[in-house]
Design a binder for this molecule. Structure first.
Ligand SMILES: Cc1cc2nc3c(=O)[nH]c(=O)nc-3n(C[C@H](O)[C@H](O)[C@H](O)COP(=O)(O)O)c2cc1C
Length: 439
């Protein structure tokens, strides 16, 4: 089973900071994150993942800015570079946007950190759902959903092409002859496309794992196809075992139709573990967190997830009809389907999906949580999970010290790191440069 830690400022539950167990005195600075990284590495987790949004999340964000910790956050690659210096094994996955960056930047930043960290880096390719980001980057409006994916496709080809410029053995370092580099093993890219023109080659060589790992999280039609074509890890949001199996099979089939070998992708739904010694106490702990969500915040969260302003609608009324979102289409569908299927009011809906952004939430004993995780992996719904502790650091310690040992006793998870790179942990092959294979 693969397990990653999705890092968040003070826990993934939207109201975690109001819980008296959350320490507010300490800044979310270097020592705060170093402590989280150390706990995750103690649990032998595959990676730390840090998400990114470079602006207020769309037009419905006022209440969320006022009532949550989300207004200030450290840029992920900077954070993970710092974490690479205090960790030895764990992988480091950061988000960077294909809509608001240039491919040469991303290829270079990630390849550089991959080299510095000994091959532990992954790039979470996002097209950016937050409409608020546009105005920080010289645009009045966000590109449309499908245009963003169009650009992302070419963007990712360029980044992969840049990483591919280097063959193994390009560095000769031959003191005798005075030749350091073999130019026959370093190739230009010469890319000219609709969006980008990039000559190359990249100014950073291959790392211990060849190239950074590619991660994606699309759930819409176009998003799934993009992920199936390029990603090596897919993050997803799933509440229901059958729907997760359908997603898993669909993505693997699409990957095969793009000519990818079987087992080329690790699919990792988000999981919020609320761990306690008894089922009742775990439920109680979660209810307490839930009760801290103010209704105005709940409605703002739902509007954000659905990409539709719900502030004028009665909180105890049903979900109205909505146009398709220009933000996250997959998550809009998941949440709207749930509301209609279970006939929920807006209040019930935000209580169900708002607190942890619609991710699967399991409240219970370590054995119960391990049972569900085992079932999802054994039945073809997941290869592992992206863990979103509801509170930090407590929720992470609960998971690492109580659930991980159960998985280890069952032989489902490693007890020591047996590799050094992120590709080793995820059992992903080292990509060979197309120049070396002659393709
Ligand atoms: C675990 C996870 C992490 C994500 N991290 C980010 C992120 O850091 N920045 C971002 O803009 N979108 C992030 N997303 C959103 C996805 O990139 C994508 O926009 C979303 O899944 C909707 O895709 P769709 O429109 O194809 O359904 C994340 C999604 C998931 C499931």
């Amino acid at each position: 089973m693969k397990l990653g830690l999705f890092v968040a400022e003070r826990g993934h539950h939207i109201a975690a900071w109001r819980d008296p167990a959350t320490e507010l005195e300490r800044d979310v600075g270097f020592s705060y994150y170093a402590n989280l990284a150390a706990i995750a590495e103690r649990g032998c987790l595959d990676f730390l993942f840090n998400a990114d949004i470079g602006g207020p999340s769309g037009p419905y964000s006022a209440e969320r800015l006022r009532r949550t910790t989300g207004a200030s956050r450290v840029e992920p690659l900077t954070l993970l570079a710092a974490m690479s210096s205090v960790t030895r094994h764990i992988g480091l996955i950061a988000t960077m946007s294909t809509t608001y960056c240039e491919p040469f930047h991303i290829a270079r930043f990630f390849a550089g950190l991959d080299q510095l960290s000994g091959g532990r880096v992954g790039w979470n390719v996002v097209t950016t759902y937050s409409e608020g980001e546009a105005r920080n980057f010289g645009r009045e409006i966000h590109l449309s959903h499908d245009e963003r994916y169009e650009r992302a496709k070419e963007f990712t080809e360029v980044v992969l092409g840049l990483w591919d410029c280097w063959e193994d053995g390009a560095i000769l370092a031959d003191r005798e002859s005075g030749i350091f580099l073999d130019p026959a093993k370093l190739h230009p890219l010469d890319h000219r496309g609709d969006h980008f023109s990039v000559r190359g080659p990249l100014t950073v060589g291959r790392s211990a794992q060849g190239q950074p790992v590619l991660v994606q999280a699309g759930q819409s039609e176009v998003g799934r196809d993009f992920a199936a074509r390029t990603a090596e890890v897919i993050f997803t949001v799933q509440q229901d075992l059958d729907e997760a199996k359908e997603f898993y099979a669909d993505v693997q089939n699409r990957a095969a139709s793009h000519g990818r070998p079987p087992n080329a992708i690790r699919i990792m739904p988000g999981l919020v573990p609320v761990v306690w010694a008894t089922m009742a106490e775990a439920e109680e702990k979660y209810d307490k967190l839930q009760s801290l969500i103010h209704p105005d915040l709940g409605i703002s969260l739902l509007s954000h997830i659905l990409g539709f302003d719900l502030s004028g609608y009665p909180v105890d009324g049903p979900l109205p009809d909505m146009p398709p979102s220009n933000a996250q289409q997959g998550r809009q569908k998941l949440v709207a389907d749930l509301a209609r299927r279970e006939n929920m009011t807006l209040r019930q809906l935000y209580m169900k999906v708002g607190g942890v952004r619609a991710h699967l939430t399991l409240c219970g004993t370590p054995d119960y949580i391990a049972d569900v995780m085992e079932e999802w992996v054994a039945t073809g719904a997941a290869d592992g999970f992206n863990i979103l502790p509801p509170t930090l650091p407590q929720g992470l310690e609960d998971f690492v010290d109580h659930v991980v040992p159960v998985l280890q006793r069952r032989g489902l998870f490693r007890t020591v790191y047996d590799g050094t790179t992120l590709r080793d942990h995820l059992e992903l092959p080292v990509p060979v440069s197309k120049w070396a294979t002659g393709h």
